[in-house]
Design a protein around this ligand. Structure first.
Ligand code: SF4
Length: 426
């Protein structure tokens, strides 16, 4: 049993603050319970682990309140609601189980803060399927990595250290010889793509909103078509032809992209052009996709939603059974059109993820460090999973679920405990 009053260094800590779930951190705890990242942290993990969380009472109607009163107040709001929306959903597996149970009881709709990007990928899976891979496969097999429209590291800071420039690989590959191509995007920081021997990555930039043309052109070239244009979105067609040839001769190419960063209309069609290119390549060699994500629990909560209801989020329990609609059940739409009458906003990892501005009665269950422009009707600070209580998170590739541990003494309840108490009080 851990004695949280003792100073100690905890090894092999799993970091919950991005979809990589690095499990090699050392986190030191002093006698006052303050945490410090000792080994293997990135700047994000240091910011999140070392952020102090002063004791904080729940807030009810703009005043400090007891936890019991705040729970009773939340239950009262929800009892009167006809169409509650439970959104944000920055939580882990156990928290999401409690969300789903409450949504079922209330007839609520559930949606995640990163669904806009997540849905761009999901629409492709539902429409035409895709071939994707895991971090482990990338770590052990990739020889050509094509990074589309993102720097990767602003989402997953240790991506290159952990899965690209890793020194050891299972099959004796010389990982330092891996080739990196950044395709699309402007002013992307490509420093992380420089090989250990100083080789620079190839960079083929274009305006982010012109990525659809580039992805379509690359698909056509890989399929053996000829293009009459001499340039596509500022990229020479000859450069794209060379890339198509490199992809055909590579033994294991991987395309990676951030659907969240593809903020232009019908971005799912660009994702589909990437995934269809991968299918063509697999007729003669090996190629896979690696969609980036996993932050704020987005992969985990969709896994839980899928195994409980058969659907991802943007699912409503309003008609007495789960009903999925990626368009009608988006947070923005439900709020803008006045179709929800109470908002429950959840963000347990990141205090910066505050609820959208709205006139709806709002209940926030979140990180104790949250600061609001507009104070919600009820704020219940809850523990941070992986620091204040245990939990389980899925890695960004969705194939590995890792336990996250408690690292310090905390009086904060977990999200699951608060939601269960609200459900009981209804
Ligand atoms: S890369 Fe992600 S999981 Fe790894 S230490 Fe940084 S924030 Fe944590």
């Amino acid at each position: 049993m851990d004695d949280f009053a003792q100073a100690s260094a905890v090894e092999n800590v799993t970091c919950p603050f991005c979809g990589l779930l690095c499990d090699d951190l050392t986190v030191e705890r002093d006698t006052a319970g303050a945490l410090r990242v000792g080994k293997n942290g990135c700047s994000r993990s240091i910011t999140f682990f070392e952020r102090g969380t002063p004791p904080l009472l729940p807030r009810l109607g703009g005043e400090d309140a007891s936890l019991q009163d705040a729970i009773a107040g939340a239950a009262e709001f929800l009892r009167r609601a006809h169409h509650p929306l439970i959104a944000g959903l920055g939580t882990e597996v156990q928290g999401m189980r409690a969300v789903t149970s409450l949504a079922d009881k209330l007839g609520a709709t559930i949606d995640h803060m990163h669904s806009k990007g997540f849905m761009r990928n999901l629409l492709v899976v539902q429409n035409s399927g895709w071939l994707t891979t895991t971090l482990t496969e990338v770590r052990n097999r990739v020889d050509l990595l094509v990074i589309i429209g993102t720097d990767v590291v602003s989402l997953l800071p240790r991506f290159f250290e952990r899965v690209v420039w890793n020194r050891d690989s299972l099959f004796g590959q010389d990982t330092a010889q891996r080739e990196i191509v950044y395709l699309g995007g402007q002013n992307i920081d490509t420093t992380a793509g420089i090989a250990p021997d100083g080789r620079k990555p190839e960079v083929l930039p274009c305006e982010p909103e012109r990525l659809p043309e580039v992805a379509a052109a690359l698909r056509a070239l890989v399929a053996g078509k000829k293009l009459a244009a001499t340039e596509i979105a500022g990229i020479a067609t000859t450069a794209l032809e060379k890339l198509a040839e490199r992809l055909k001769t590579a033994r294991y190419s991987v395309f990676t992209w951030s659907a969240r960063a593809m903020d232009f209309p019908h971005a799912e069609l660009t994702v589909q052009n990437i995934t269809e290119t991968i299918k063509i390549l697999n007729q003669t060699t090996r190629s896979s996709g690696l969609p980036l994500g996993g932050n704020d629990g987005d992969v985990s909560i969709n896994q839980v939603s899928a195994w409980i209801s058969g659907y991802p989020v943007r699912t409503s329990y309003g008609s007495g059974h789960p009903e999925y609609d990626p368009y009608h059940f988006s947070t923005d739409r439900l709020i803008d059109r006045g179709e929800a009458d109470v908002l429950v906003w959840i963000s347990t990892f990141d205090p910066g993820r505050i609820p959208p501005a709205t006139n709806l009665p709002t209940i926030v269950l979140g990180h104790p460090g949250m600061k609001f422009d507009q104070e919600p009707d009820i704020f219940i600070p809850v523990g941070v999973p992986g620091m204040d209580h245990r939990g389980v998170l899925f890695r960004m590739d969705g194939v590995v679920a890792l336990p996250i541990d408690r690292l310090r003494s905390s009086t904060l309840p977990s999200l699951g405990e608060v939601l269960a108490a609200i459900e009981q009080a209804l």
